[in-house]
Structure formats: C-alpha cells, structure tokens
Ligand binder design. Structure first.
Ligand code: ADP
Ligand code: MG
Length: 375
C-alpha cells in the first residue's frame, strides 16, 4: 500500500481550540492518537483534552512551525485561521486538506462564486464594495435582502436584513468594514445541511440530510433525519457531493441549504470542517462526524454511515446553562455535552444536548415544556 496512512500512536495537530477541536480530539484519542492543539488561549475547550498546547496566535509562524515539528498530520477546526500562514505550513507539514478550501470559505464572494461554478443554485447575490454598489444591487435584487460581510462573519455576526430604503443607512458600517455580499432573502420552508467526508483515495460518504432550526441567526436545533421527502433528500445529497467533487475535498465539508415550499434547494454556505448540525452523529450514527473526519485526514477507509436512530440536538447557549443544570437530575435520556468554557456569556455556545427518539414530535413537545430554551 503506497498511500500515506497515519496510524494510532501518531500525533494529530489541530489549529483552533474550540468545541469542534475538542470533539475531534476526543474521537482521535479513542483511536489512540496524540493531540497537540494551537490556540491563542491556554486551556481552551480543546486544550483541556489535548496532550499538548501551543499557545500562540493562528498566524504566528513560530507557533505553527512548532506544531509542524510535533505532528504527523495537521487539521483545523474552523475556517477563520490565517490562509497565508496555513499555505506556508503546507510546505513543511502534512496537511492533507490543503489550504485552498480555507481560501474559498473565508470569503463569501469567493465562496458564492465557487458554488455557482460548481453548478449548484445559490440565492441571487452581488458583491458589494461601495455604497453605490449597494444601491444598484438593491434595485436588481429587491427587498427583503440580506447584506453580509464577505469575511469574518459567523452565527449571524456581520449581517443585516434590509426590508426597505429606510434600512440602507444602517448598512453603511458593514460596507466600511470591507467587501460584502448582498443576497436575496429566501422565503425558505426549512433549512437543511449535509456533511460529507472524503479522503485522499477520493472515497466519499454523506451523513444523513438534517433539518436545522435557527433562532436569532444561531443554530438552535437539529432534527435528524430531516422531515423531507426522498426526492429532496436525494437532491440535497447530490448537491453536497457535487460541491465536494468540484473543490476536490479532503476532510469534512458541511453544506448549509435552504429548501423552499416548491421544492427548490439553494446552497447558503459551506463550512470546511465538522459542523454544529452534525453533533447528533456522536450518539445517533455508527460513526460521528468527528470520527469520520479523523479517518479522512489519516487516510483510513471511511465508514459507511448509518443513522441508528432519529435524534434531536439542541444547543446550550450561555443563558441556558443554569436551566440545563436544573434539568439534568430528571433527564435520564439526555446526552449532555459541555465544552468546558468558563464564562457562560449570552448567546455563546456552551454545549449541546442530544436525545435519541422514536417519536420526534413528542420529543420536541417535551423539550419545549422544559422551558430551558425560553430566552
Ligand atoms: P453564518 O456564517 O452566521 O452562519 P449564514 O449565512 O449561514 O451565516 O446566516 C445565518 C442564518 O441567517 C441562516 O442559517 C439563515 O437562517 C439566515 N439567512 C442567511 N441568509 C439568508 C437568506 N439569503 N435568506 C433567508 N435566510 C437567510
Ligand atoms: Mg451558517
């Protein structure tokens, strides 16, 4: 066998120490890997479970070089790391995912352009560099529309909905911050996502299509599998596969989509990594998105994915922690995940709960009745 396979006992480096890195590390440690994490904060969620921590900024080349020296393979847990630094690192370390997908997903203009070239449908959009661009784009796209900063946005940050001319002035600071995209507001029936994993042999697997419910632009709940018909399910998976092939994915890609009442599917955005909407897979699938990601970057054969049971995943934000803690003594069926973040700030992702269920509707009602998620 001449392909490079990373075996247990080897060291995996993770750039970024958040919850995604933590859950990757936990999956990797189960298979006997060592973990070194690079994050600007000491004792980050991933740092707490890693064998070693390098505490530097993501663009600190000395820190990255140390990571390269210590690790047999390097991955990342979020897309807002420094592209140039990562690209340079690919010259001295084994980074099977490469840097190109980071370049694409760091910038919404490049991302949308790539999606269009891959042949999938996105909401009508225009790149915005000036106030005049904005006025022109609104006249073509119409209200309601959303302006998003091209770089640095997450969980709805750097976004604004425009409903009428009265909202235009308020969008000026976003344009001053840097390039933006203006996109048509899609009147969706559901938000869906599909997570794909692919390794160097180009073997590919898709996790089930799931349904995502956002509250104030932050993922609130994921229902697996999505309550959709098989035509939509096949279409959503085909879209994810098409994009993965087009960008020659190695590793994990999450594809967020909008489904309209007429059955059209628009791609919203990409994440080149495991995704919040895939956390349910830890308990509900034969392999989690984190376990499959580790297999992909270590070039192990990917597991065929099976959904063992329907599941609901609910995020725990800062304001939900106290109420969650009160529920724990009463909830034998809840899988509790807390990420080890010290400050339970408002709207900060602190953890999640997964519940396996044979009856999604009843479990949704039960979750509502707990009152935990009444903000
Ligand atoms: P983020 O990087 O913050 O996740 P998204 O582009 O995914 O940014 O936007 C967050 C959420 O805002 C989406 O999941 C969706 O609920 C809503 N949203 C974003 N763009 C649109 C759109 N064009 N039409 C309708 N809703 C949208
Ligand atoms: Mg999103």
């Amino acid at each position: 066998m001449d392909r490079k396979v990373i075996l247990p006992g080897s060291t995996i480096g993770i750039i970024g120490g958040g919850q995604l890195g933590r859950m990757m590390a936990l999956a990797a440690k189960q298979a006997g890997f060592r973990i070194v994490v690079l994050d600007p904060a000491f004792n980050s969620p991933c740092g707490q479970v890693a064998d070693e921590q390098i505490v530097t900024d993501y663009d600190d080349y000395d820190g990255l070089r140390q990571l390269a020296d210590k690790c047999d393979v390097i991955t990342y847990e979020f897309e807002n790391i420094d592209y140039e630094a990562l690209k340079k690192l690919t010259g001295i370390a084994y980074i099977p995912q490469g840097a190109e997908l980071i370049r694409i997903t760091q910038n919404r203009i490049i991302e949308k352009d790539t999606l269009v070239r891959s042949g999938v449908q996105v909401a009508p959009y225009e790149a915005i560099y000036t106030y005049e661009d904005l006025i022109g784009a609104i006249s073509r796209i119409g209200y309601p529309c959303i302006i998003k900063t091209a770089q640095g946005g997450y969980d709805g940050k750097g976004q604004m909905t425009l409903k009428s001319d009265d909202d235009i002035q308020a969008a000026a600071p976003l344009i001053e911050h840097g390039p933006c995209v203006l996109e048509k507001m899609i009147n969706f029936e559901k938000e869906l996502s599909v997570i794909v994993a692919r390794n160097e042999t180009r073997a590919m697997t898709c996790f089930p299509v799931v349904e995502n419910i956002h509250f104030e632009h932050i993922l609130h709940k994921t229902i697996a599998p999505a309550r959709i018909n098989s035509t939509v399910e096949k279409a959503a998976k085909a879209i994810a596969v098409k994009i993965a092939q087009y960008v020659d994915l190695i590793g994990t890609l999450a594809v967020e989509m909008f489904l309209t009442s007429t059955g059209e599917v628009y791609v919203n955005e990409l994440a080149p990594r495991p995704h919040n909407s895939g956390h349910y897979s830890i308990e509900a699938c034969n392999i989690s998105q984190f376990g499959q990601h580790i297999r992909a970057i270590c070039n192990w054969p990917l597991q065929e994915i099976e959904l063992l049971k329907s599941a609901i995943m609910v995020n725990i934000l800062g304001q939900h922690v106290d109420n969650l803690n009160k529920q724990i003594p009463y909830q034998s069926a809840w899988f509790i995940h807390l990420y080890g973040k010290d400050q339970a700030k408002y709207q900060r992702k602190m953890g999640h709960v997964t519940i396996l269920t044979e009856d999604v509707e009843t479990t949704l009602d039960m979750l509502n009745q707990t009152g935990i998620w009444k903000d």
